[in-house]
Structure formats: C-alpha cells, structure tokens
Design a binder for this molecule. Structure first.
Ligand code: SIN
Length: 303
C-alpha cells in the first residue's frame, strides 16, 4: 500500500490534496455531496475583517481552458465566520482547516489573523496578499518584497499558528517576494493565485466582467504554476502549497516534483464538485504506476 500522507508545519495530512480558497466556500455545500473528511484539509473562503458584498456582476468570464473571476472577496466577515461558519464546520469536518484571510491594511490582516488564531480547528493561517480583484488591498501587498514582508512580520508577531503567505504570479520575480516572506518569519508559501486577465464581448464592445479585469485560473495556468513553484522551491527552505490549474492526480505528482509539499485544487472544483474526491481516489493508483511508495519522497525531486 502506498503512503499518501504529508506533513505541513507539523500537521499530518492523510493526503496532499487541499481545495483552494474561494472554490469550496466553508465546506458545507460539498459536505452534502460526499464525506469531505477524505481531504487532506481545505482552505476556506477568503475572509476579511468586515463583511463584503463583493464586486458588481458579471464577475465570471469563461475562457478556453479556464475562467476569469472577479468576485472581490465576498464573505460574511471574520466575526460571522468565527461565530457561525466554523461552528457548523466542526459538526461535519474533523480535521484542521486552513484559514484564508485578506485585508485592506496591515492592521486588518492582523485583526483577522488574531481571531483565526484563537479558533481550535484552524491549523494554518493563509495570508492572501494576492487577490487581483480589489483596489488598495489584496494584491497591492504582495507585489513588492517590502510590503509582503511587512504583512508577514505583523501577522507572525500576532499569532501562534503557522502562517503561509499566498503569493501573486503578477510580479516580475516571485522568488524575491517569497524570500522576503521567509526572512520575515513566514512558515510557508502558497502559490500561485490567479493571473490578471480580461475578456471583451466583441458584440457589445465592452469588457465581459463589470470590474473589467479579473483573475484567470484553470488548466491553462498549470505550467505557469509549476514553473513558479519550482523556482520558489529552489529559493526558500520553507514548505510550499502549490496551486494553479491542478485537475488530476498526475498534476498533484508533477506539482510535488516541482517542490510543493501539498497541493491545492481550485477552479476544478467549480467544473466538477467531485474533482478533489476523484483526485484523492486516483492518487494511489497513479503512485503505484509511477513506482512511488511515499508521496512525500517526491517533494522537489526534480533538479
Ligand atoms: C476574489 O474573491 O476576488 C478572489 C480571491 C483571490 O483571487 O484572491
């Protein structure tokens, strides 16, 4: 029998498959379809200090081999997540969960992180400095090493749980930003968030998305994600959660060979709600075929 388990900042996961933030809500809709306790963990919907209605509609544009979203961090706010979503989650999910947080100032990141740090079921705090869909927040913190470092330092000094910084691919050199986060105390790095993109309705001569641009995700970005995970893994000595266009067990293996210690699955959940279940069920067979006994042995194996 193959061993699919991995260890992320001291937390043992049964397998490396983790639904990505924004594609799995707070778990309950998926728990109605299958027992989500088969997951390694999951990263819940990006949560901010205050509730947010998100961006105007339309927010989604279909693309070849992917999609563009401009949701704009719609969420009920951290207090409601704590009081309601996490209470409910504890009734159907028995594993540590990843709290994905966002902010519009360093203080907001810290306030949100402090509340999540008190939650027993939160295993890792994932700090999203890479949302491309909001102004004066989100990605603006993640495009410069200095601001990414400032958020990292502030959150790290306010919490006890492991802190992973979620990075944007919309930068000149992602390795510099990852290095700055590591030097500021990050326990791990999540990458990549979506690529900034746009579709235009040629009949209306207008952008498809109300916010004009949005974040492109899906299978088309997989090679970009693998390349960035590979480069960052060669630069930092902290674990990486790799993501971007993962839709098959083979993609999980490839992302781990590039250097990911665990793998998040995003847009695929929106195409097929059973995507993570299918990946988890097919992973042992793919490992056997490739002669892999322990999945953790292949992390960063590619020179
Ligand atoms: C969104 O809510 O706009 C997407 C979140 C993200 O890309 O970080």
């Amino acid at each position: 029998m193959v061993d699919t388990s991995v260890i992320l900042s001291g937390i043992k996961l049964d397998n490396p498959v983790i639904p990505a933030s924004g594609t799995f809500g707070y778990g309950k809709e998926f728990a109605e379809l299958y027992d989500i306790n088969i997951l390694g963990s999951f990263s819940f919907k990006g949560t901010t200090k205050e509730p947010r209605f998100g961006n105007p509609q339309p927010r989604i544009a279909e693309c070849y081999s992917g999609m563009i979203n401009s949701v704009g961090l719609q969420n009920p706010g951290v207090d409601a997540v704590s009081a309601k979503e996490l209470k409910e989650l504890a009734t159907f999910f028995r594993k540590p969960v990843i709290a994905n947080i966002s902010g519009f100032s360093v203080e907001e990141f810290v306030d949100c992180a402090k509340i999540m740090d008190k939650e027993e079921q939160v295993g890792i705090i994932e700090v999203n400095v890479s949302c491309p869909n909001v102004h004066n927040g989100g990605m603006s913190f993640g495009v410069f090493p200095e601001s990414a470092a400032e958020v990292t330092k502030a959150v790290k000094s306010a919490v006890n749980k492991p802190v992973y910084i979620k990075l944007s691919p919309n930068v000149t050199d992602i390795t510099q930003i990852a290095k700055a986060c590591e030097e500021s105390g990050a326990d791990g790095i999540s990458l990549i968030n979506t690529l900034l993109g746009m579709r235009i309705d040629i009949n209306r001569r207008k952008p498809v998305i109300a916010n004009k641009l949005g974040g492109f995700s899906g299978p088309a970005i997989f090679p970009v994600a693998v390349g960035m995970v590979y480069r960052v893994a060669k630069t930092v000595n902290i674990p990486i959660m790799g993501m971007g266009g993962v839709s098959r067990a083979e993609d999980v293996i490839e992302m781990m060979m590039a250097g990911a210690a665990a793998v998040q699955v995003g847009a695929a959940n929106l195409v097929d709600p059973y995507a993570c279940k299918n990946i988890i069920e097919s992973l042992p067979g793919v490992m056997e075929r490739l002669g892999i006994e322990k999945v953790s042995d292949i992390i960063g194996i590619v020179e």
